[in-house]
Design a protein around this ligand. Sequence first.
Ligand code: 13P
Length: 256
Amino acid sequence: MRKPIIGGNWKMNRGTPHESKEMLESLIPLVEGINNVDIIIAAPFTVLINAYEILKNTNIKLGAQNMYFEDKGAYTGEISPSFLKDIGVEYIILGHSERRDIFKESDSLINKKLKKALSINLKPIVCIGEHLEEREAGKTKEIIEYQINVTFKDLTSEELQRVVIAYEPIWAIGTGKTATPEQAEEIHIFIREILKKKFNEETANMIRIQYGGSIKPINAEDLFNKENIDGGLVGGASLQANSLSQIIKAADNSYR
Ligand code: 13P
């Protein structure tokens, strides 16, 4: 069975040392002792060092939300993966739809970042997902397959097994409009089918696929109870310790 993974993606929120400390110190006791879920907080760069100190002896791991694919050099404003690794970052979100849509990141750029992350043992959480118009035009699976083909190009099965995929339908992000558990499960199954074709059955069965998009305490359990949904990537509801801890507990309950 795959261990569920819950990522709190704070996006460009909780970015001051004070507010992040307050949130993390509230969260730690609420999720203490939960060992059947990998718990990640993907915080803004400005608070990573402080967050590392706060989280270091807990069951909560640290993540970042973006990186460049080079370690060093004349890349004004970019962030080096090895700098992140050096300060204790363990997970890295790559290809979030906000990076793709607002900052025009392409699948091939994400592929370069992914290879770099794997080469230095950062654990990638790679986001894929379709826009509303694409879903309405019946193109969801086509889009997902294309994203997988380009984003995971030239990876070995061993490398892919170290990746977490987050299926985040863009129409469900920050809209309050969650995919139904059935809609999400259908695409998670489809993702495994593609991976089985492109890599092999073992890899397709092993890889963890999170769902993301308006996860709340009220809908978390039904989503995580689906066989192919291995936890979630949570935006809005990850900003409060109380709501995030309820979602983490729902994932813990689903792991039986
Ligand atoms: P919301 O949970 O706010 O919809 O955000 C989802 C998301 O983008 C997580 O990466």
